[in-house]
Design a protein around this ligand. Structure first.
Ligand code: IMP
Ligand code: MG
Length: 196
């Protein structure tokens, strides 16, 4: 089974363990989000703004669940943190190509952890005068620090475990798992105990 492929994987000081959200549950929830967006934006052509790299897989499936003439753009940001925690100081590595003025923009994010990245992005994109700006996040931490009212569309609430799969990585690995799993730091015995 594809959903078992992560069970024995390890890389970059982490190994992939417990299944948190199955492929079927992900796909069912994404279809429902797509239907909600389709009805909310009826008659409009929303611009999906994906935050690279983590959101690429979610963006792909979500967009196919939206029955509207959507357009796509991507941003890449890098946060001055270590590999598992963002600092909130965000640098735009790749900016958008499309002008946001008068567009109905939906930010598509993989996971809202502290929410610092999202807060920065919202401020930055709002300054470009879109007609509307909403957020669609696949995963939202139970202990995030953003104002609930800005989380318009969300897939699942998740605990504070470090997660991989379906776009989410640790040290660039595991993004291609079809489900969401918990990653755990492997012991010093493996020789890479410096992982955070
Ligand atoms: P925030 O600024 O703390 O909300 O961090 C958001 C970003 O950190 C996400 O877009 C991810 O790229 C990354 N991130 C946070 N938690 C995880 C995780 O559990 N696995 C992989 N990446 C994560
Ligand atoms: Mg991200």
């Amino acid at each position: 089974m594809a959903s078992d492929q992560g069970a024995s994987l390890s890389a970059g000081g982490y190994s992939v363990g417990r299944l948190l959200i199955s492929e079927d549950d992900l796909q069912a929830r994404i279809r429902a989000l797509g239907e909600e967006i389709t009805s909310d934006y009826a008659g409009r052509a929303p611009l999906l703004v994906g935050v690279l790299k983590g959101a690429f897989m979610f963006m792909s499936d979500l967009s196919r669940a939206i029955d509207l003439p959507v357009e796509f753009d991507f941003m890449a940001v890098s946060s001055y943190g270590n590999s598992t925690r963002s600092s909130g100081v965000v640098r735009i590595v790749k900016d958008l190509d499309i002008d946001l003025a008068d567009r109905d923009v939906i930010i598509v994010e993989d996971i809202i952890d502290s929410g610092l990245t999202l807060s920065y992005l919202r401020r930055n994109l709002l300054a470009r005068n879109p007609a509307s700006l909403e957020v669609c996040a696949l995963l939202v931490r139970e202990n995030h620090q953003v104002d609930e009212t800005i989380l318009r569309y969300e897939g699942f609430r998740v605990p504070s475990d470090f997660l991989v799969g379906y776009g989410l990585d640790v040290n660039e690995r595991f993004r291609n798992l079809p489900d969401i799993r918990v990653a755990t730091a492997v012991s010093d015995a493996v020789g890479d105990g410096g992982a955070v």
